[in-house]
Design a protein around this ligand. Sequence first.
Ligand code: FEO
Ligand code: CA
Ligand code: CA
Ligand code: CA
Length: 582
Amino acid sequence: GVVRAQDASTLTFKSIPQKITKTHAVADGYDANILIRYGDKVVADAPAFVPGAVDAVSQNKQFGYNNDFIAFMPLPIGSDSSDHGLLCVNHEYTNAELMWPGLKDAMGVSQEQALHEIAAHGHSVVEVKKTGGTWQVVDGSKYARRISALDTEMVITGAVAGHDRLKTSSDPTGTRVIGTLNNCAGGKTPWGTILIAEENFNGYFGGDISKTNEERNYKRLGISTDSWYSWVKYFDRFNVEKEPNEPNKFGWMVEIDPYDPTSTPKKRSALGRFKHEGATVILNKDNSVVAYSGDDQRFDYLYKFVASKKFNPNDRAANMDILEDGTLYVAKFNEDGSVNWMPLVHGDGPLTAQNDFNSQADVLIETRRAADLLGATQMDRPEDVEPNPVNGKVYVMLTNNSKRKEANIVNPRVENIHGHVLELTPPGGTGKDADHTADTFTWDIFLLGGNPANSDDKSSYHPGAESWVSCPDNMAVDHKGRLWISTDGAPKSDIPDGMHATDVSGAGRALTKFFFACPEGAEMCGPEFTPDGTTLFVAVQHPADGSTFDAPSTRWPDFADGMPPRPSVVAITKQDGGEIAS
Ligand code: FEO
Ligand code: CA
Ligand code: CA
Ligand code: CA
């Protein structure tokens, strides 16, 4: 017979209904408090939020739009403090129609609004502290920082630094860039830095790519005259006809030291250039540093990076440039249940001058084309890819692929609208014994999304599953090794986006439960636990999506007249102060 969920799962909360409402919901026995909202003060001299204001200078000091990735970095550095730290938050993109009156989308904005949009992208670092059981942002913190494409200087490191293909009129050295764009998910390193991803950077650029020397490169990344924003109208750097190499400065992973607010962020070209969802780092038993990264596009690939230099547990400074050099691999899945990591190395196989790869810089700038030539496996939109330090396996969120006409072994459903989760197993053993540097892993399907009550969905879970998953996107691992899966796209199936959790082993494997529901229009991002597992931070992105500032479908989280919906970070704690789901 069917194992009863309450007997099988180790997760102690009771699932909440999968029902879309104007506000958020969390499991009984938990508090979900708003910690910081779009427009709230970040740096010490930031002014208060003014609804509908067009003011890039103020915005550049305030919390940006569409919070996505969250990293909790304990204070003091190197501690496992769970009541004091830095919260590092990505701002992926903007919804102009929800920020200002009179707009249907981002295309009708003025130059001043476009500058404000640029300032609302990027990243925020705030200091946070839990006092009396409640989290608060520390006002006037010396760590507080806004990073944006308005004015944050970054350097480009690794093999592409200084390459002709990165030279522009504002940077004849090909080593620098102002800002970062479309920062979706990310990761943390063992030396206390964060990695933030540049995902759909293509949408900010415009102009006729056939007038550049980069037509094949830009076409593969979706850069075209159909820009998603108006920036190209106002600023030459976004027009490929005027600055043909500027897009080559985007599509990278960016490393930031949040403990030093004056540090210069570094784009790590060694991790490749594509629509990075994120990059999650694990320290191998031999102190090798390994990062996993997905390329979020239908039919694109799964990557792994192994740094050349090993981690030094006694010398932070010696670790700060580990990500500058290493080997990037792309995944090829086989029928026999194995997966090969194929190196993307200039001179190997087809990655030669014959195919216009004249150096490793060319391989990295056109990572996708290099991976195409190696015959990598086309996936159903790889989002977060995260190692589970408890069991040593790696979990891959494949969000959906409505355009798949032909199944393959790891993407077994055509027109895959609900997505699925893969489980990769490195050789060597469980937990710390897993060898993430190995060339060959094995793979398994962990769950297939969709509604078990609808046989056409061909979903697959534990028979006692209490919730069903559509469009898995981000994930976190709690310190018991259980997966927390957030979704982006479930409302298309009339259920809210939110947070599911499941065991990975034992009687409750793939028995999903629903913990947190987003308000109408929002997707769920950024799940991040404190080291002791008593707080779960989540990011509610684009509440009221699909409506406008003038008639928002919800005014979450303030619900005040004239106050627009505001993307916000929520801190979830158990009312008895204990560990979440335990
Ligand atoms: Fe920005 Fe792949 O989600
Ligand atoms: Ca998103
Ligand atoms: Ca995402
Ligand atoms: Ca997504």
